[in-house]
Design a protein around this ligand. Sequence first.
Ligand code: AMP
Ligand code: MN
Ligand code: MN
Ligand code: MN
Length: 294
Amino acid sequence: MGYIDLHVHSNASDGTMTPEEVVDCAAKAGLSAIALTDHDTTAGVSKALAAEKKRRDAGLFAPAVIPGTELSCSWFHDGKETEIHILGLFIEPEQKDFKAFLEDMISARESRNSEILRRLAADGILLSMEDLTEGISDTVITRAHFASALIKRGYVSTVEQAFKRYLASGGKYCPLKKTVEPKDAVSLILKAGGFPVFAHPMRYHLSWREIEALTAELSGAGLQGMEVYYSSHTAEQSRRLRSLCRLFHLLPTGGSDFHGAKKPDIHIGTGYGGMRVSDLLLKDIIEFRANSSR
Ligand code: AMP
Ligand code: MN
Ligand code: MN
Ligand code: MN
């Protein structure tokens, strides 16, 4: 049996490795497949696929690269807004509606980022675009990049301070983000030929009742998978999520949420050390996709 990792970030979003380095790293870990799932972008996918091909052409072992993305969504429920992440595996990056959606989100982000820079500068806190990108082109700038830049420029000493003082969404310096509802993200992913997955359900501080309500809502929109295996999940949590999968006819997936040196304790394929995701899960997903396209 082989092992896989269906949730991996590169520096196309907030990971620290290039897509090529991610593929090499996964090869070194002996993984038979990885999904590159950068936040709100598929910009790294073609580079990862090229790196896979390059290794194979050189006669080296290579993981199969699955094109993916991780969409940030806002779920409005019981009078509160919760940020929910939906993974799209096997995305076709060039699909028209999906591409337009990502471009829309990115341009909304760019306006928001400029506005944050402008509001900070008005209070004498000067950051440049270069402070944010750190020389990496094609990267999606998030508030996490602002936090690093604020630390680097000596305005705060910790990420927590940065978020508290300057980066509260909807606060003095930071406009609210343009959002998409998780069920709409599921529809978009389906339209782009992808396999939509409810990412790391335990990370949102939701009750089990809320997780079930959200799963029901997403299933109604065509959700196909749930991230049952995840770096921080306990065996008991994975077991419960697996029964939820059975209830809603979802396929279980698993991934580490690897970010390279940004989350140095999370290793590709094994998370904090104890996680293993069987390639049999991927086999089931591929079989499911083959049957449903017939
Ligand atoms: P954005 O999508 O621009 O709103 O930024 C989201 C990024 O900020 C993600 O990488 C989050 O992990 C990070 N983030 C949000 N809130 C906090 C917080 N309180 N402390 C540290 N990181 C945070
Ligand atoms: Mn991230
Ligand atoms: Mn996530
Ligand atoms: Mn992630």
